[in-house]
Design a protein around this ligand. Structure first.
Ligand SMILES: NC(=O)c1ccc[n+]([C@@H]2O[C@H](COP(=O)([O-])OP(=O)(O)OC[C@H]3O[C@@H](n4cnc5c(N)ncnc54)[C@H](O)[C@@H]3O)[C@@H](O)[C@H]2O)c1
Length: 315
């Protein structure tokens, strides 16, 4: 199949591309390279891989890709993934997350492309701290521009499913970590400790607790569910089967793996890292587990493996 991966040069998208190529598909990657091109530099352009450096909110540019490439399926992973940055400048989430979705859906409508797989997030649920979140939990109210733009994207996608007979799977990821990671607590802590191995600033009070999934586990379930997808519209909460990992425990794992001792943790205080952050959430993942998939790593194991990967990669 000819598969368009929007946001394919990013952390998760590049792993999705690796898997799609390994399965024999032709991949067209469209990305404006916010994070650079290093994640796809190992892939040679040719008959089976083509790269477009493109602003995906630009409808004309997106239409051109659909007109040229005979696309069968779209994997949409393009978004602003830096929630704090978007918090300071809401236009970033509006453009990169919502308008890219709109342009892709419109491109699909005009080119009669019927299938999309969408990378959504736990942030669509907002702050429902003591609720076991299922895919049908209602009354959800995002608390960040990022979550708002993702929920608005999901709503727009649903309307295209109905109006244009599209088929879509929406994956609501938890925190994703692993090789090629460029943001988040694990990444920040390693960077800070490389600069100053004696002290570590930790945002919030350290008790924030989220599930972390290893990126290769995530890509495995995306590939499985997209292959088995029969059509219509499906939403899946994706997560690990273990408890989440607290921010303090992430710091402890990073300290251990870097071989450091006597590091002082300095907490900035408060129950969250920044405005728009959610201190904890809990997913019911019985729907995805009922497909027979099970993640290979617990949340703690995913964190430890990611730190090992980062050290191995020379970080
Ligand atoms: N990483 C996580 O923990 C996590 C959690 C939940 C959901 N997600 C979602 O998964 C997807 C991938 O996340 P990631 O961590 O790989 O992020 P990433 O930032 O590494 O990758 C996103 C890619 O999209 C591209 N992009 C963004 N806006 C664009 C635009 N307007 N035009 C063209 N390209 C654009 C960027 O250049 C980047 O390469 C995103 O949609 C993100 O919201 C990620």
């Amino acid at each position: 199949m000819n598969i368009l991966v929007a946001g394919g040069a990013g952390f998760i998208g590049s792993h999705v591309i690796d898997s799609l190529l390994a399965e024999g598909h032709r991949v067209i990657c469209a990305d404006k390279l916010i994070m650079g091109k290093q994640n796809i530099e190992h892939i040679t352009e040719g008959d089976r891989f083509k790269f477009y450096e493109v602003e995906l909110a630009d409808q004309n540019k997106v239409d051109e890709i659909f007109a040229t490439e005979n696309i069968d399926v779209v994997y949409h992973l393009a978004a602003n993934s830096d929630i704090q940055k978007g918090g300071k400048e809401p236009g970033i989430d509006f453009n990169d997350t919502l308008l890219s979705t709109r342009a892709l859906l419109e491109g699909m409508r005009k080119a009669n492309v019927k299938k999309m797989f969408f990378a959504s997030t736990s942030a669509v649920y907002g702050e429902m701290l003591d609720v076991e979140l299922t895919e049908t939990t209602g009354g959800i109210m995002p608390v960040s521009y990022y979550g708002g733009a993702k929920l608005a994207s999901e709503a727009l996608i649903s309307s295209y499913v109905s109006m244009c007979d599209m088929s879509v799977v929406i994956f609501r990821f938890p925190n994703v970590i692993g090789p090629r990671l460029t943001h988040g607590a694990v990444f920040d802590f390693i960077r800070k400790l490389r600069k100053n191995p004696a002290e570590l600033e930790i945002l919030g009070d350290g008790t924030q607790c989220k599930p972390y999934i290893y990126v290769l586990d995530l890509v495995e379930v995306i590939m499985k569910l997209t292959k088995e997808f029969k059509g219509g519209e499906e939403v899946y909460n994706i997560s690990v089967t273990s408890e989440g990992t607290t921010v303090t425990h992430i710091a402890e794992i990073v300290v251990e793996e870097l071989g450091l001792k006597d590091v002082t943790f300095n907490y900035t205080g408060g129950d969250r890292g920044w405005k728009g952050d959610v201190p904890r959430f809990s997913y019911d993942i019985s729907k995805v587990l009922s497909t027979g998939w099970k993640p290979k790593h617990t949340s703690d194991e995913a964190v430890r493996q990611t730190v090992k990967d980062a050290i191995k990669a020379g970080m």
